[in-house]
Ligand binder design. Structure first.
Ligand SMILES: [Mn+2]
Length: 361
């Protein structure tokens, strides 16, 4: 009988082949290739397993020294922000960009060489050029210097001419020319502020879709303390959207999603109610910025993050919200932040963050 154990099942399944198959059939090729001319080279055509070969860039994209080179840039630029000195709790998100890159190795394989089955597109071959620009050089010693430099680097990339003749980047109605779309990998969440300051020079006010466990609009007087006696202490991972609002970088049509106090809405009304709400608030034809903090996930799905909060979403829910909630919006910039590898067992958070980055880009 073949139902007693897996071992017995395997033995019974293999037995007929063992008896019926000729000694040298073509069912599987042997690495030794005994009938092959020994002078022939091995077949070295790329296979699916090549996802795990070579140097790690995001989704195995070509790497470009965008920051130091001059001339036109590609349509979409993946850019790392190894910065975590504005973190209020766990430190170490400066290593987040490379964790997301590592997580993307499996993601690119799952997408069959970048083909995205969920959205039925291959974002990397649709006449759009995408490169991994590596990480920005950011000071870990002086946050005011770091913020100024993040803004300036971002601005310089944003204002570079786009390579493709038909301008597949993001068109600014305000400026009337095409700019690259920059996908930022964090880093703690404070990086959103210099990015939004830089985007403001091209797009003016943008509407933010901020997906996070926390509001990140804390009053600096509360977050840093009323007696902080340091202006710089008011710029932290819990205050970027407070400052973005106060500095006039945002429209009045913004969304927080994933905040723990709204988890009941997901349970009560489901993912579709949240996507409907996002689409009802955010304008469809005006510039939108998407900021995705991985702590919006439950710590079960994102142990590697700086500010974990229980009772969060699943990756499946966030992916669905990205696909259906953001469809057709005029997205001018994206960040995926707060990945912290030292707490990230089995690359759980890095893989989820990579998947989000692919879906949202
Ligand atoms: Mn956050």
């Amino acid at each position: 009988m073949c139902t007693i154990s897996l071992l017995a099942l395997t033995a019974c399944t293999l037995l007929p082949y063992t008896l019926a198959a000729p000694a040298h059939d073509n069912y599987q090729k042997s690495l030794e290739a005994p009938n092959k001319n020994p002078d022939d080279a091995f077949d070295l055509e790329p296979t699916a397993n090549f996802a795990f070969a070579g140097i790690t860039t995001f989704a195995q994209l070509p790497q470009s020294q965008c920051v130091t080179e001059s001339g036109p840039v590609d349509d979409i630029l993946v850019l790392g922000f190894p910065f975590d000195t504005a973190t209020s709790y766990r430190t170490g998100t400066r290593f987040g960009p490379n964790t997301i890159r590592q997580g993307s190795r499996a993601a690119s394989l799952a997408c069959s060489g970048h083909y995205n089955h969920r959205q039925s597109i291959n974002p990397f071959v649709q006449n759009i050029s995408v490169v991994d620009c590596g990480d920005l050089p950011i000071s870990p010693f002086d946050n005011s210097l770091a913020f100024a430099r993040m803004e300036e680097w971002f601005k310089r990339l944003l204002w570079r001419e786009v390579k493709s003749a038909d301008g597949r980047g993001v068109k600014s109605l305000k400026i009337g020319r095409v700019h690259p779309q920059i996908v930022s990998l964090g880093g703690d969440h404070s990086i959103s502020l210099p990015i939004l300051r830089a985007l403001n020079t091209v797009y003016g006010k943008v509407s933010a879709i901020h997906i996070d466990a926390h509001i990140d609009t804390w009053s600096p007087k509360v977050f840093a303390g009323a007696e902080a006696e340091s202006k710089q202490a008011e710029f932290a991972d819990g205050t970027p959207y407070y400052w973005a609002g106060m500095e006039g970088l945002l429209t009045s049509k913004n969304v927080h999603a994933g905040i723990r106090s709204t988890s009941d809405m997901l349970k009560r009304d489901g993912v579709w109610a949240i996507t409907d709400k996002i689409r009802a608030v955010v304008p469809h034809d005006e510039p939108v910025y998407v900021s995705l903090d991985v702590d919006s996930l439950d710590p079960a799905f994102a142990p590697g993050t700086a500010g974990p909060a229980s009772g969060g979403w699943t990756p499946r829910e966030i992916i669905q919200i990205i696909i259906d909630g953001l469809k057709g919006l005029n997205i001018v910039g994206v960040d995926v932040v707060e990945v912290l590898p030292s707490y990230d067992n089995a690359e759980i958070t890095g893989i989820a963050a990579a998947e989000f980055t692919i879906e949202v880009s």
